[in-house]
Design a protein around this ligand. Structure first.
Ligand code: IPM
Ligand code: MG
Length: 368
């Protein structure tokens, strides 16, 4: 049987993942999706329980799972904890130890939500871009890092932006393979005007595409310009490949184009296993733990639900079920159900579990 590890995490994580669990159950009952589900801690809650942002036991489960579904990590109560034990370190360890180097962040603007975007409707309506973010390298993991005391009343903070050829090559291939199934347009973003690691990125992307993807129309865009272009004319992009740090920033920008950070799912994938063809995978919403609304039943569960749809597609090879779930979410939005983050005049304001109810009802209508 397939097995899923759910790591709800902190803040709104447990609330949104509660809705995902109900959706998984629906697919079990109605679509024969038999799966065993286990839960564990990650983030601040794990730190409070074990003194580490993820325990070795939870890591073991994650390594053995077909898919990990994560809610969110972090909160102000852990702001003064060391980086090594901070909530975010749990997520970073999962990404590193599972070798999840490819992070897919689709930004799709549903027409029902075009008004919720801070940009004008015609700029975002129909938007469908995919950010492919490198996830296990760059400044997030580069050494040396740290804060040192210089002894003269000054301190020095250091992080290292570092990429090697193989890291750039494999993420380029993931992005290019996807681009080949879409419009064959690929944009790559770095800061080669000031960073050698960016120059290497640029050269390696060029090399891989020229050698193996002659049909792809490749464009390079400096990361600052890319941020500007994303708000100026987002639909000019289709697939966008970039490094860990720029991908973090650009995907938040892209998220806002879709109306709310509460809408964006993501998949983090490793290399496919040589024997089974299946890749290690972790699915999580792009949004964070939203401590300001945690525990109030207000959070939007759609990003987490859509992340599960990505799991159905990428890990469980259930493309039809993934489509069904996406259509159910669209129907719910078309009917006017809105959580606070995407609320619009004349729409019906609902909380987390009522949004879950609405998706389940749409699934009943569309798919059973
Ligand atoms: C994200 C988040 C994480 C990141 C944090 C929580 C470590 O912002 O997934 O985009 O910076 O990668
Ligand atoms: Mg981020």
């Amino acid at each position: 049987m397939e097995n899923i590890l759910i790591l709800p995490g902190d803040g709104i994580g447990p609330e949104v993942m509660g809705e995902v669990t109900r959706i998984i159950d629906w697919f079990g009952t109605h679509k024969g999706f038999e799966v065993s589900i286990d839960h564990d801690l990650v983030g601040g809650c794990a730190y409070d329980a074990h003194g580490a942002a993820i325990s070795d036991a939870a890591m073991e489960k994650a390594l053995a799972a077909d898919a990990v579904l994560l809610g969110a990590v972090g909160g102000p109560q852990w702001d003064n904890v060391d980086y090594a034990a901070r909530p975010e370190a749990g997520l970073l360890r999962l990404r590193a130890d599972l070798e999840l180097f490819a992070n897919l962040r689709p930004a799709i603007c549903f027409s029902a939500l075009a008004e919720a975007s801070s940009l004008k409707r015609d700029l975002v309506e129909g938007l469908d871009i995919l950010i492919v973010r490198e996830l296990t390298g760059g400044v997030y993991f580069g050494e040396p890092r740290g804060i040192t005391d210089l002894g003269n009343g000054q301190r020095r903070g250091v992080n290292t932006q570092v990429y090697e050829t193989y890291e750039i090559e494999r993420i380029t291939r993931v992005a290019a393979d996807i681009a080949m199934k879409r419009t064959k347009k690929l944009a790559s973003s770095e800061k080669r005007n000031v960073m050698e690691s960016g120059q290497l990125w640029f050269e390696e992307v060029n090399r891989v595409i020229a050698a193996d993807y002659p049909e792809i129309e490749l464009q390079h865009v400096l990361a600052d310009n890319c941020a500007m272009q994303l708000v100026r004319q987002p639909k000019q992009y289709d697939v966008l490949v970039t490094d860990n740090l720029f991908g973090d920033i650009l995907s938040d920008v892209a998220a806002m184009l879709t109306g709310s950070l509460g809408m964006l799912p993501s998949a983090s994938l490793g290399a496919p296993d040589a024997a089974t063809g299946r890749a290690r995978a972790l699915y999580e919403p792009v949004h964070g733990s939203a401590p300001d609304i945690a525990g109030q039943g207000k959070a939007n569960p759609i990003a987490s639900i859509m992340s599960f749809a990505m799991a159905l597609k990428y890990t469980f090879d259930r493309g039809a079920d993934a489509d069904l779930l996406e259509r159910a979410v669209m129907q719910v939005l078309d009917k006017g159900f809105r959580t606070g983050d995407i609320m619009q005049p004349d729409m019906q304001l609902v909380g987390t579990s009522a949004m879950g109810d609405a998706v389940l009802q749409a699934l009943d209508e569309l798919g059973s």
